[in-house]
Design a protein around this ligand. Structure first.
Ligand code: PLP
Length: 406
């Protein structure tokens, strides 16, 4: 992989027409280590957030020894780069054949359920493979309610009374049991975890079976750009969320249990930036070579503020406007699909034009993993960039939360 000091150097040297992912391995490792230091338990990286081999490898080098996986492709990706790492198979709804593969081929012994029929599936495989249920830890996922940018409890999780039955049934069969939840992604309210811990406490007391662990899932917020137009207060920092969580864990009496977290976004978001090219400027619209069907689907929701840095093409001699004036542009994606328009404008210098590049920061989470081949566009060029996005020149722009008239 080619290596550059900054994305600007990469853009001016490669003059890329295709999007280029700038990988910042030192940022990834620092963010992973910071999380591990802050969290009072084991850190299981959620592979779905970004399962690129270079990411998994760097995380293993940073000391991550546990991975949250959900599919055969993820089992394989982790095994390839970190053969000794432990995998937690934390998808509540699994194909029978995938359970077998996990237990038989990958030796996975930790998983999760939120329904009795899922227990039946696991029982079948455990019996067929003659595994001692006591060698398995099965978490019961409980429903949570909270304020995350992306809510997930509507889809997974057992209600509290149901979770009690599941725990008791698993315990009777001889499994080791734990409680887990996942509050959604990019939580915005520090009380989210406390509400989930309160439910977990209720379930624990009613179930009255020995627990071997509590898994608090993901949801930890990554720091994105700052949007000066945002009227609501800034989100709590990871440090604030984490000290609140540690206090809540103590208060609800969970500190004696082995703890696990499954962070994704907070570990990998800042590890990548993306160089895109302006294929055409049409008035206040910029048509770029990436979009919601490739690297920018997560930002399409408009819930995160991506910082952006302008990389003017020096070959453009004549420019209109004032380079110090930052104005909003509507950003249109590369495909021929009319929904492929970013929901929020990007604020950039007024002089931006056809042929210029934009470096979009903090796109490491749910960007590469959500790429599609729609219309034949599939960004797949990587370079290593040694200067972290946040340490370069101040970003001139950002994807604003303000909407913009056509
Ligand atoms: C997606 C997911 C995660 C990671 O969530 P982040 O918000 O990216 O930290 C963790 N656990 C489960 C079960 C998930 O589905």
């Amino acid at each position: 992989m080619q290596r550059f000091n900054t994305a600007r150097e990469a853009a001016l040297s490669l003059r890329p027409d295709d999007p280029v992912y700038c990988f910042h391995p030192s940022v990834l490792k620092a963010d992973a280590r910071q999380f591990m230091e802050m969290f009072p338990g084991r850190t299981a990286y959620a592979v779905k957030t970004n399962g690129e081999e270079l990411v998994l490898r760097a995380l293993a080098e940073a000391g991550i020894e546990v991975f949250d996986v959900a599919s055969p492709a993820e089992f394989k990706a982790v095994r390839n780069v970190a053969p000794n790492a432990e995998m937690l198979y934390m998808h509540p709804i699994k194909a029978q054949s995938d359970i077998r593969l996990a237990l038989e081929t990958y030796g996975i012994r930790v998983t999760v359920v939120d329904h009795e029929d899922e227990i039946n599936k696991i029982n079948k495989i455990v019996r067929a493979l003659d595994i001692d249920p006591g060698a398995m830890t099965v978490f019961v996922r409980i429903q949570t309610k909270g304020h995350a940018a992306y809510e997930l409890s509507k889809k997974f999780g057992a209600g509290a009374a149901h979770a009690v039955e599941l725990l008791q049934r698993l315990h009777r069969t001889g499994y080791k049991v734990g409680i887990c939840f996942h509050v959604g992604s990019q939580i915005e309210d520090p009380e989210t975890y406390e509400r989930a811990l309160a439910s977990a406490d209720w379930v624990r007391n009613r179930a009255a079976v020995p627990l071997v662990g509590l898994d608090v899932g993901g949801g930890f917020p990554a720091e994105y750009g700052h949007d000066p137009n945002r009227k609501t207060p800034d989100l709590p920092s990871l440090g604030q969320i984490m000290s609140r969580l540690r206090g809540d864990i103590d208060e609800w009496g969970f500190s004696d249990l082995p703890l696990v977290a499954e962070p994704g976004r907070v570990i990998v978001a800042r590890a990548f930036s993306l160089i895109v090219r302006v294929l055409l400027r049409k008035g206040k619209r910029l048509y770029i070579n990436d979009g919601i069907w490739a690297s920018l689907s997560d930002s399409w929701t408009g819930k995160i503020t991506l910082p952006a840095r302008f990389i003017p093409d020096p070959a453009i001699r004549q420019r209109n406007g004032d380079e110090n004036k930052i104005v909003p542009f509507k950003v249109c994606g590369a495909t021929c699909d009319s929904v492929d328009i970013l929901s929020r404008p990007f604020w950039l210098p007024e002089t931006v034009d056809t042929g210029d590049w934009i470096e979009i920061g903090h796109i490491g989470a749910y960007s590469l993993s959500l790429r599609t081949r729609f219309n034949g566009f599939y960004p797949d060029t990587f370079v290593e960039v040694t200067t972290p996005f946040d340490e370069g020149d101040t970003p001139q722009g950002f994807a604003s939360l303000e909407t913009m008239a056509d």
